[in-house]
Design a protein around this ligand. Structure first.
Ligand SMILES: Cc1cc2nc3c(=O)[nH]c(=O)nc-3n(C[C@H](O)[C@H](O)[C@H](O)COP(=O)(O)O)c2cc1C
Length: 323
């Protein structure tokens, strides 16, 4: 049994499989689906602290969380200790999440241009002020998600500083910001960080199936693993990984039926939570058909469809044909 319990802040989770925060992906409906398949903790998409405090609060709050989606974490992004603190206090009061995460890993140009995300890793003093300020102000435990830096010693320095500032958990994506998504996630650096800290460390990057999940846990000795891209259009990955870590056996499934079926369930959840019009459904439908045998023509058809109903109709018909 390789699945282990994990305590994040004050919350003991039955397992250590986490869904990564992903902008335009981990909306409430998608998180509920991943949870149903065994994700022990889910994170919202990153929320810009300034936007939450200013013009976009209403849009951000629409369908952000419900009582069924627990335990969950809200991720915030920003670079001002004051705005981050104010935004986090608002999130705490409004949603009471189990953990509030600070994004210190996003490498996107629009984020680093404003000194946020992975740009923060270059300013250790500011990193300390942000995290210690949040820890002092909040009742909620604070976690941080980082990318590694070029030199292992630099990554260890930031990791030590985050622990000293009071972070309750650290998630490490084993790529530098400069790598974006190229190369492989460096499990050696993640292992070095895990060995350096006393707080739980979560390994992230390139966990895409049963073996890579097991390998990341065993090689790094980390307390948990976080799955990102491999869950896009494939929330069932959590059931597969979980089953494998629990039993050592792989689940025999028909990915075709599974992914089409999951897309239908996803649409139902989006509708239930009033989120259907907030997402790019065509993009999500493409993810749910990715890699499936003979799905090329469906994907081509999807890209020519404009409205949600036609996409849903097409997917339903395809589901029946494949059944
Ligand atoms: C579409 C997309 C959106 C993402 N958005 C976020 C985000 O909002 N916050 C964050 O910390 N990381 C974000 N990430 C990074 C993932 O959380 C994760 O660290 C990264 O994809 C590596 O894990 P993986 O190999 O399992 O995908 C995003 C990644 C993708 C592909």
């Amino acid at each position: 049994m390789k699945l282990k319990k994990l305590t994040i802040g004050r919350t003991e989770l039955p397992g250590n499989l986490l869904l990564a925060p992903m902008a335009d992906v981990t909306n409430l409906a998608f998180r509920l689906l991943c949870r149903q398949y065994g994700a022990d903790l889910t994170y919202t998409e990153m929320i810009n602290a300034d936007a939450l405090l200013n013009e976009n609060r209403k849009a951000i709050m629409k369908g952000l969380a419900t009582a069924e989606d627990r335990p969950f974490g809200v991720q915030i992004v920003g670079n001002s200790p004051e705005s981050l603190r104010e935004a986090a206090l608002f999130v705490e009061e409004e949603y009471g999440p189990e953990v509030i995460d600070v994004n210190m890993g996003c490498p996107a140009k629009c984020i680093i241009r404003t000194g946020c995300g992975s740009a923060l890793l270059r300013s250790p003093e500011l990193v300390y002020r942000i995290v210690s300020g949040l820890v002092d102000a909040l009742e909620t435990p604070v976690s941080v998600k980082i990318r590694i830096l070029e030199r292992e010693e630099e990554s260890l320095e930031i990791a030590r500083l985050l622990e000293a500032a009071g972070a309750s958990t650290l998630t490490v994506h084993g790529r530098t910001a400069g790598q974006m998504y190229s190369g492989n996630s460096d499990l050696r650096q993640i292992r070095a960080i895990k060995n350096e800290l006393s707080i739980p460390v979560i390994a992230n990057g390139d966990i895409r199936d049963e073996e890579s999940a097991e390998n990341a846990l065993e090689f790094t000795g980390c307390d948990g693993i976080m799955v990102g891209r491999a869950a896009m259009g494939n929330p069932f990955i959590f059931r597969r990984i979980r089953h494998y870590l629990e039993t050592g056996e792989k689940l025999e499934t028909d990915p075709q039926a599974q992914q089409f079926g999951d897309f239908e369930a996803y649409i139902t959840l989006l509708e239930e939570h009033g989120l259907l019009s907030s997402i790019n459904l065509r993009m999500h439908a493409q993810w749910f058909t990715k890699g499936l045998h003979g799905s090329r023509h469906i994907r081509e058809k999807i890209s020519s469809l404009k409205d949600a109903n036609s996409i849903i109709e097409l997917m339903k018909t395809s589901c029946k044909e494949k059944a």
